[in-house]
Design a protein around this ligand. Structure first.
Ligand SMILES: *Cc1c(COP(=O)(O)O)cnc(C)c1O
Length: 374
């Protein structure tokens, strides 16, 4: 049996008529950039997230740095995050010339450990950049408390966690903005690149709207800006998919529960932790090998047996070639948990359109590996 890691084509086939209808509507409108479909999708996304404003941009990385730029974050300023995330989280801060300060992740959730943030704050700190890693919200109440005490902005990197919440809190409640990505493999994915910022702050909304469009909100009038817009065709795809997002997340949660039940006896690997009360939407189902030295062998075993396992992310950001040691980055304290996560992580196939047979086959292969390596 072959188990793919993503189900993009299955998803398209299931709602082809809805997607095709929106694409056709955009094509026949003749308005492909900053047209009515973008406007419609932005309104739908704002309503869905419960935020006042949603702004479509070119991709998730741009969403992050456009927000930082709108907040006036730049050279000399520090942004606190953790190093076991996708490179773009830190890259976005580097784009605006800010310095990234890394603290460790929580050993269980893999999201930023709020207990370590206070000690990393300096007079230059401007923002905390938590990531809802793998689809589970960071400990936002603790992060907001620190941010409010030290008067820091909170920018949530929600590229992996759209539709997740903390039960008692929702994303963005007390943050400057939430930034998300719509690249195809994300939980709400378009047919190319896309991203969005949602916020309750009218100043951020107004600034980002201009920055993404050559500094213009009025024909022929410009200030400093860029070109980072969400195309209307992509907005049409996203508008069609947004109506299904809740059920897509529910399917991910169902497959994650099936993995966790099927794998509960394992000895050589650790299963993901869901914080009680949180809605973890499982962008990724990531297990860890208790012996990181065996991780690559586990991935190879699964791939050799037809299960397209991957790693997210096997090289922590501070270990990347080209990491700007010195001026634009520093590590505050130990980041041993993040390094362990990088060394031990194995992602199992996860997408809403998986079948029970595929999940059960994957479970059987993981159990086989576990038994041989316990
Ligand atoms: C995907 C991702 C991004 C970047 O999104 P792009 O749309 O690819 O620019 C940023 N942060 C995290 C955590 C991501 O997973």
């Amino acid at each position: 049996m072959k188990v793919e890691f993503y189900g993009h084509v299955r998803q398209y086939q299931n709602i082809k008529t809805e997607i095709d209808a929106n694409i056709n509507k955009v094509l026949m409108s003749g308005k492909y950039v900053m047209g009515p479909m973008l406007d419609q999708f932005e309104k739908e996304l704002a309503a869905y997230t419960g935020m006042k404003y949603a702004i479509g941009v070119g991709n998730g990385t741009d969403a992050l740095w456009l927000t930082m730029m709108a907040l006036g974050i730049g050279p000399g300023d520090e942004v606190i995050t953790h190093p076991n995330t996708f490179f773009a989280t830190a890259e976005a801060a580097w784009v605006v010339g800010a310095t990234v300060v890394f603290v460790d992740c929580d050993p269980k959730t893999k999201c930023i450990d709020p207990k370590l943030i206070a000690a990393a704050i300096t007079p230059r700190t401007k923002a905390i950049l938590p990531v809802h890693l793998y689809g589970q919200c960071a400990d936002m109440p603790a992060i907001w408390k620190i941010a409010e005490k030290h008067k820091l902005h909170v920018i949530e990197d929600n590229a992996q966690g759209i539709d997740a919440d903390g039960g008692a809190f929702k994303q963005g409640d007390r943050s400057a903005a939430v930034c998300t990505s719509f690249i195809i493999q994300k939980n709400l994915g378009c047919f190319g690149d896309g991203g969005a910022i949602y916020t309750n702050c009218p100043e951020i909304n107004a600034k980002v709207r201009k920055l993404r469009n050559h500094g213009s909100d009025k024909r022929d009038h410009h200030s400093f800006g860029f070109n980072s817009r969400l195309d209307d065709l992509q907005a049409g795809v996203l508008s069609a998919k947004l109506k299904h997002l809740r059920s897509y997340s529910d399917a991910r949660i169902k497959w994650a529960a099936r993995y966790t039940a099927g794998l509960k006896g394992v000895k050589a690997i650790t299963l993901p932790t869901v914080v009680p009360g949180y809605r973890h939407v499982f962008h990724l189902y990531v297990v860890e090998t208790k012996n990181p030295a065996k991780r690559d062998a586990m991935v190879k075993f699964l791939v050799d047996n037809g299960v397209d396992a991957k790693t997210h992310y096997s090289i922590a950001i501070h270990k990347q070639e080209g990491y700007p040691w010195g001026k634009q980055a520093r590590i505050a304290g130990s980041v041993a948990n993040a390094e362990y996560n990088a060394a031990a992580c194995v992602s199992l196939p996860m997408f809403p359109e998986l079948t029970a047979e595929e999940v059960d086959y994957t479970i059987a292969k993981v159990l086989e590996w576990d038994k041989a390596n316990a």
